[in-house]
Design a protein around this ligand. Structure first.
Ligand SMILES: Nc1ncnc2c1ncn2[C@@H]1O[C@H](COP(=O)(O)OP(=O)(O)OP(=O)(O)O)[C@@H](O)[C@H]1O
Length: 248
């Protein structure tokens, strides 16, 4: 579903993405882990099309997307969680989801009717609100949401693009332990056939969510395998020694 083949990117002399390869089958949940500066955000930006690689290939569902713009990749099925400043100011959670769905289904600009009132869209918006734990806040204005709820809505808006692959960049960064647990539960409840790639730095979140783990260090893949194997990997332990000390 998503294939990254020998991807490289340098900023001047610094190789931030160094020959990175991995593959996600449909329904697979892969977490990309790595310490600060390992190249996780750069990898995310290469996948979404914000940055162009120096070499290598990115395939989505068998199509090479290297030359595609970010919104073309979204149309092809690469959904990404929006940044919080992209939330629709002044709209409620439900209205935001309905608008995102209408845009995806290209009903917004119809002269004849308001696409956001389409029964299918209303129903799907409610379903998505449920998936991201926002059912009780569906009529709440985005401006009044807590930080954690905003992050949930970001995921909801990504789901509204009806992706084949959902990309999330450090979805738990800046949220407290309670929200981190809620986020882990939310991902656990997403449809099992949705392919998910999550960039994370938190080992516990990664191990709870992932079917497979890629660990980056200095731009290189230093581990690729199951969460169970990552737990006992010497390289991973060395990189994350601080994080592991409590569990060891
Ligand atoms: N536009 C840029 N120009 C020059 N160097 C950059 C640029 N973007 C990132 N870097 C450098 O590339 C390296 C990897 O950065 P990146 O943000 O991808 O790491 P990261 O794993 O996401 O780290 P963090 O967890 O701290 O966000 C860092 O050394 C960073 O300073």
């Amino acid at each position: 579903m998503l294939e990254v083949i020998e991807l490289s990117k340098a900023f001047g002399a610094l190789r931030v993405t160094n020959n990175v390869s991995f593959k996600l089958e449909q329904g697979e949940r892969r977490v990309v882990l790595g310490p600060n500066g390992a190249g996780k955000t750069t990898l995310f930006n290469l996948l979404t099309g914000e940055l162009a690689p120096d070499s290598g290939k990115i395939n989505i569902d068998g199509v090479t997307v290297n030359q595609m713009l970010p919104n073309e990749r979204v149309r092809l099925g690469l959904g990404r969680s929006f940044q919080k400043n992209n939330l629709f100011t002044g709209l409620t959670v439900g209205e935001s989801l309905r608008l995102a769905l209408a845009i995806k289904r290209q009903k917004t600009f119809s002269l004849w009717r308001d696409g956001t009132r389409d029964a299918g869209i209303v129903e799907r918006a409610e379903e998505i609100a449920g998936m991201v734990g926002l059912t009780t806040q569906i009529d709440v204005s985005c401006d009044a949401l807590s930080y954690g709820a905003r992050r949930q809505l970001e995921v909801g808006l990504a789901l509204a693009s009806e992706p084949k692959v959902l990309l999330m960049d450090e979805p738990t960064s800046g949220v407290g332990p309670d929200m981190t647990d809620a986020f882990t539960a939310m991902v656990g409840g997403l449809p099992r056939d949705l392919t998910i790639l999550i960039i994370e730095h938190d080992l516990d979140v990664a191990f709870d969510i992932a079917d497979s783990v890629t660990v980056l260090n200095f731009g290189k893949v230093v581990f690729d395998g199951t969460p169970e194997a990552a737990r006992t990997s010497r390289e991973v332990r060395e990189i994350y020694l601080g994080d592991w000390a409590g569990d060891a």
